[in-house]
Design a binder for this molecule. Structure first.
Ligand code: IPE
Ligand code: IPE
Ligand code: MG
Length: 255
């Protein structure tokens, strides 16, 4: 079966693990990976142990989305607000991409995954920027699923950046302000070229967007679970997708 990006769904594995839920799946799933700290706290471990454990879930969820034929996945890894955390935690989080991609890059390349980053990566430590650069380079010609890592990402910052770009075009006489519409505006967002998320998942029981994809998720279906990110797995993802396929998306119209 071909999905919208022309990719073929992976054939089912013997144990049915790769089998996607029936029905029209989201073209883009976006996940607020929350609850690492509480996962660690419950085990009497430091918060960073939760972040480390969360990496295994990232691997598992990328595999599952690829196996299910979901063309695009966005993972909220670090927000513009997360700089408020203790220095040691921030430092640790900034080392994780390096560790993650060192162990995963070969499989990602094998799967044809194109990795992208959204958010202001210019403000990341040099070593993290170097990982970003290397990862983009290794995966740029891949034509399989897209995985976006939101790193130093904030929805409001992204919108302001887009407004700046539009203002510059108007000032330069390239764009007539009255000709600006939603599509022309969205060209300036970091997700340009990707479909809007159809489904936003948040783990850990919090029920808010925390500045995630505030423009793009305007009509997304939202799905919340109490499960903490390190405990999230393929089965929970399947449950979210199954619920998604059963929802009636009206976009303001009538069905
Ligand atoms: C999500 O887990 C990871 C990041 C925000 C980087 P948290 O670290 O927010 O975990 P909790 O919410 O404190 O449990
Ligand atoms: C949102 O989680 C950011 C990421 C998952 C990267 P937070 O834990 O930072 O969000 P709040 O503080 O509970 O809103
Ligand atoms: Mg949190």
């Amino acid at each position: 079966m071909l999905n919208l990006f022309g990719r073929r769904r992976k054939s089912a594995s013997a144990d049915g693990q790769n089998e996607a839920p029936q029905g029209e799946l989201p073209r883009h799933v976006a996940i607020i990976m929350d609850g690492n700290g509480r996962w660690a706290h419950r085990r009497g471990l430091p918060r960073i142990a939760g972040h480390h454990a969360g990496m295994k879930t990232v691997r598992e969820v990328i595999r599952a989305c690829d196996d299910f034929g979901i063309p695009c996945l966005t993972l909220y890894a670090f927000s513009t607000e997360n700089w408020k955390r203790p220095e040691g935690e921030v430092e640790y989080l900034m080392r994780l991409p390096e560790e993650f991609f060192r162990s995963e890059i070969d499989e990602l390349v094998d799967r044809g995954v194109q990795v992208r980053f959204i958010g202001d990566t210019t403000k990341l430590p040099t070593h993290t920027q170097e990982t970003v650069r290397r990862t983009l380079e290794r995966t740029k010609t891949n034509d399989g699923m897209t995985v976006n890592f939101a790193l130093n990402y904030g929805g409001r910052a992204e919108v302001v950046e887009a407004v700046r770009a539009v203002a510059r075009e108007v000032a330069a006489g390239v764009l007539d302000a009255d000709a600006l519409d939603e599509d022309k505006f969205a060209i300036h967002l970091s997700t340009h070229g990707l479909p809007d998320p159809d489904l936003v998942i948040r783990t850990s029981g919090e029920v808010r967007l925390s500045n995630f994809l505030i423009w793009q998720a305007a009509y997304a279906e939202l799905w919340f679970t109490d499960v903490l990110w390190p405990d999230f797995d393929r089965d929970q993802l399947r449950q979210a997708l199954t619920e998604y396929t059963g929802r009636m998306r009206r976009f303001g119209g009538l069905k």
